[in-house]
Design a protein around this ligand. Structure first.
Ligand code: ZN
Length: 241
């Protein structure tokens, strides 16, 4: 992998919520199983953290990956937002193109790509529809050939070895299978292609400060990462060569 940036998602509308573990267990019922082996390191020990938005959160004892379990379906996520903010996390995020924060972040992502070499003509972008990265990257010589959300990617067949770069912005968290998504992207990159992966991070200042109140705990974010090394080189799944 050529570059990774940890960041905190914007536009969470202050709807993060959590409960004390004891209360959560009593209300939601702590499941006897936590979803099987870790999809990154395949370790089977999970530490229960807390309940967020009514869903238990577990952390892999080996690599630190966190996982919601049981994982909410898309319909359940939409129902959650319908009952709270009305926001559709899978739809076009209207605030993004005008968000100064997102625009500045998008410029930073372009600079990361530029530092990794001259721009190739073809970029695969996996991001929320309307994300300002597309326009900013285009103005710097990149061509956004394909622009998908993670849900659309999972239903798509990409041409093999087509793209010079792949940019994934705060979408890998939403993948039912992060490894499968990365393998799909890997197959679509040219042999010398580059991947820029932007994820929310448990190592971020905001995640450590806010703990269970961190806005990154959203029902659509099925997974959250740490920089801790896992037993499985999951980043290599999308690393060319
Ligand atoms: Zn793990």
């Amino acid at each position: 992998m050529e570059g990774t940036i940890g960041t905190s998602p914007a536009g969470t509308d202050g709807h993060a919520e959590s409960e004390a573990p004891a209360e959560a267990s009593a209300r939601a019922g702590r499941p006897a199983q936590s979803g099987g082996p870790c999809p990154l390191c395949e370790y089977e020990a999970w530490a229960y953290l807390f309940v967020s938005h009514g869903i238990p959160v577990y952390r892999c004892a080996k690599c630190g990956l966190t996982r919601l379990y049981p994982q909410p379906t898309r319909a359940e996520v939409l129902a959650f937002y319908a009952n709270s903010t009305g926001h559709d996390p899978f739809a076009d995020d209207a605030h993004l193109p005008d968000s100064v924060t997102e625009q500045e972040a998008a410029k930073a992502y372009v600079r990361v790509l530029q530092r990794r070499g001259p721009p190739g003509p073809s970029v695969l972008l996996v991001a929320t529809a309307g994300h300002p990265f597309a326009g900013i990257a285009s103005s710097h010589g990149y061509e956004i050939e394909t622009f998908l959300t993670m849900q659309e990617l999972s239903r798509s067949r990409l041409a093999p070895e087509r793209y010079d770069s792949a940019v994934v912005i705060l979408e890998l968290e939403k993948a039912d299978s992060p490894i499968a998504a990365l393998e799909q992207i890997h197959g679509a990159l040219k042999p010398d292609g580059k991947l820029l992966l932007v994820t929310s991070s448990m190592d971020s200042w905001s995640a450590r400060f806010f703990g269970s109140q961190w806005p990154g705990w959203r029902p659509e974010n099925l997974y959250t990462w740490t920089a801790r090394r896992s037993g499985r080189p999951w980043c290599a799944a999308a690393s060319p060569g």
